[in-house]
Ligand binder design. Sequence first.
Ligand SMILES: Cc1ncc(COP(=O)(O)O)c(C=O)c1O
Length: 451
Amino acid sequence: MQDILRKEYSRVTEARWQCCDRRHGRELNTPFSTERSAQLEDDEGKSAASKQKPQPTKSIAPDAPQKMSSQPPHPALLIPGPIEFDDAVLQAMSHYSESHVGQPFVNTFGEVLSNLRKLFQTTDPASQPFVISGSGTLGWDQVAANLVEPGDEALVLHTGYFADSFADCFETYGVKATQLKAEIGDRPQLDEVEKALTEKQYKILTVTHVDTSTGVLSEIKALSELVHSVSPGTLVVVDGVCSVGGEEIRFDDWKLDVVLTASQKAIGCPAGLSILMVSGRAIERFQARKTRPTSYFGSWKNWLPIMQNYEAKKASYFATPSPQLIHALDTSLKQILSRTLDQRFAEHREASRRIKKAIADLGLKQLATKPENQANTMTAIYLPEGITPPDVLPSLMKKGIIFAGGLHKQIASRYIRFGHMGVSVTDSNRTDITKAIASLKESLVEVGYKA
Ligand SMILES: Cc1ncc(COP(=O)(O)O)c(C=O)c1O
């Protein structure tokens, strides 16, 4: 049965990518997940799953899930976001209802914005934090709608799936996106970026700090230095959705123009907030636009005064924020900042080193082969020949561990992703990482793998 499922999975995954490519020119992402009943259709249109004997709805062994503090027992969520939450962050969300323009809430929002400056390591008063309801994707929309105008050129450095999406977002706003691609597992080299920057005048360059589809880490500091020396008019935009809070980022020192992220990854807060830090230079570029921002909800014309007012603890309204999520973010930021950031980054590096060593000891390879290309917040792991995500993910789930399936369209059925961020790494009372490594080993042995 495993074999049928595996073949069906590979066939359907590839067919889906192709069909979506043909019809829309864009891929629909359909990664395998153990928490979604896989609808693997065969030629007669019946699902492979429906041909199996009915499965008990609770497939998790009663003793498998961990008791995590005061949360109900549940499998450890070790996908590359959302991640496990600290109790206090979750409890912050059960705040009683309050007015979004009342002083207590405005004070909290103001503190969140000030604390974000610390998280991004900026003391430049011209830098501007934004926190807007939405997911990480809204960060791309904000960049494309506010910092470039239709007809402008954007250079998108590609290390996986998320660059394709950012480029698509630019095109949606009439901005011409040129992608500079690397082999899967690698990143564009600095000399290639330099060549691209000298060939055309780009208004903006984007780079994914950690591409969540490949686990590839980009070198932000050196890249930004290069852009500032070769093409000083080009804004440097970092997609930090899978990095902020786990990987080192020095907004001022590295002269970045935008770092965009979301609440649900290494920041350790529930999903629902688009978070950005924007440089004074980028704000000036926005203010000098010849055309209106090409979005209404995402327009900084609307949001800039609101964010400035909130930080000055003055009530202000453009669109209703989510007070409960802001309270959760307030709590997670205070927890993060209660220790040094260097300590936090070192803990993520150490957990990552341990995981990568265990993967190598198991005889497995990562998508990112060069150590300098390997993210500290996640690991993308090639499965042994002949084994696919549907073989191992359900078995991991039974052991109380949730990993993610592959996401890069060319190799989606050949690898899995292990997210290691936030409390799973920093809370010494948790055994998530140790348990995940042991469970992966056991699950592979169960499906016949011999290291
Ligand atoms: C690197 C990266 N960028 C952007 C996004 C989009 O974020 P969201 O799914 O929160 O919209 C993701 C999501 O996982 C991501 O990993």
